[in-house]
Design a protein around this ligand. Structure first.
Ligand SMILES: Nc1ncnc2c1ncn2[C@@H]1O[C@H](COP(=O)(O)OP(=O)(O)OP(=O)(O)O)[C@@H](O)[C@H]1O
Ligand SMILES: [Mg+2]
Length: 324
């Protein structure tokens, strides 16, 4: 028999905020958009910023609050990843905009998600539409880079920049979800989730859900489910490289690959985090970053994990013996 548990809800959907003021971080955006809601007016908007920081969420919250009851009837949501061509503009957008089913003085919202994927022709076709139907339609474009949107559209919009979520805001948001899910989780575990999510709250919530199946989850569990390495694991490697002990450093790095199953990229990322905080000379830091980036590039070109890591270890040991 299939139980309710088999239909486990995905937390990123279950805990998606429904009100503008509930969106974590993004204080400036929240303030501005709340002003729009209060006045009942808004310009065309561009939401630009990195993945998983609340752009789509915010657009839906704004539409819900702006359009009131039956908001879904007055919102056209287009995901440009599947519908990027000019046909969408010609057909769906114009038809929705033209349909004057809305009460006098009110407008509808067309939300173009991932709009930097729209072809330039489709964007160009939108310019006129935006003007012709300004009376009864507002556009919201969400994108990772506002540069993906053609200048004439940019100039018709107010650009709102979304930022990566800070540690404080992320820990608070995760804690709120944990409380709602009756999940016990320590602050240092939440901080480890932050370390592993690059300011991306979607990624963070997914990690939180993955460790929710573990009783008393630890920092190590966070690193395990996110497939990255706890920096502690590379401390002996760095320390040996800093002392120029090539053989020992090479042995440790081989072990990390063979015994622990980490990839060279995982190791490089962990080293990068560690060196960022390391107390060492600026020259040593600079040269280390160059070596890391160089190795990362070689790996991306298809270099072998073993050979490239030995190359990195050799180079880092040489830096130390060169007495930088
Ligand atoms: N600022 C935030 N406040 C609260 N929850 C958030 C926030 N950002 C992301 N989330 C969580 O992550 C999920 C995905 O966020 P959202 O779809 O808004 O990201 P996005 O910025 O549109 O990313 P993308 O650029 O990949 O489209 C949300 O459903 C929510 O659970
Ligand atoms: Mg989105």
């Amino acid at each position: 028999m299939v139980s309710d548990k088999d239909f486990m809800e995905i937390w990123i959907e279950k805990h998606r905020p429904e009100k503008v003021s509930d969106v974590a971080g993004q204080k400036e955006a929240v303030k501005m958009l709340e002003g729009f809601v209060k006045s009942g007016e808004m310009p065309h908007l561009i939401f630009a910023g990195p993945p998983g920081v609340g752009k789509t969420t915010m657009a839906l919250c704004l539409a819900r609050e702006m359009l009131g009851e039956n908001w879904k009837d007055h919102l056209l949501e287009l995901n440009a990843s599947n519908e990027r061509g000019i046909d969408v503009i010609k057909n769906d957008v114009k038809e929705f905009a033209r349909n004057g089913s809305i009460t006098e003085g009110k407008f509808k919202i067309i939300f173009f998600d991932e709009s930097d994927q729209l072809t330039p022709e489709a964007q160009a076709a939108l310019r006129r539409t935006m003007e012709i139907y300004y009376k009864n339609v507002r556009f919201i474009f969400s994108c990772n880079y506002s540069s993906g949107i053609i200048p004439p559209i940019q100039s018709r919009c107010v650009i709102t920049r979304f930022k990566k979520i800070s540690m404080e805001d992320m820990v608070e948001a995760l804690d709120k979800i944990a409380v709602e899910e009756k999940m016990k989780v320590d602050r240092n575990v939440l901080e480890a989730i932050f370390e592993n999510s690059d300011g991306d709250l979607r990624k963070a919530v997914n990690i939180l859900q993955s460790i929710s199946f573990i009783e008393n989850p630890t920092v190590k569990d966070v690193y395990d489910v996110s497939g990255s390495i706890d920096e502690k694991e590379v401390v002996p490697l760095l320390s040996n490289m800093r002392h120029g002990n090539f053989e020992e450093a090479s042995r440790i790095s081989t072990n990390l690959i063979v015994e622990n199953g980490f990839s060279a990229i995982d190791i490089i990322k962990a080293l990068h985090r560690l060196i960022t905080r390391e107390q060492t000379s600026p020259i040593m830091k600079r040269e280390s970053f160059i070596a890391l980036a160089d190795t990362e590039f070689r790996l991306a070109q298809g270099g072998s994990d073993h050979i490239q890591l030995d190359f990195l270890v050799a180079r880092m040991c040489k830096l130390s013996t060169d007495n930088l």
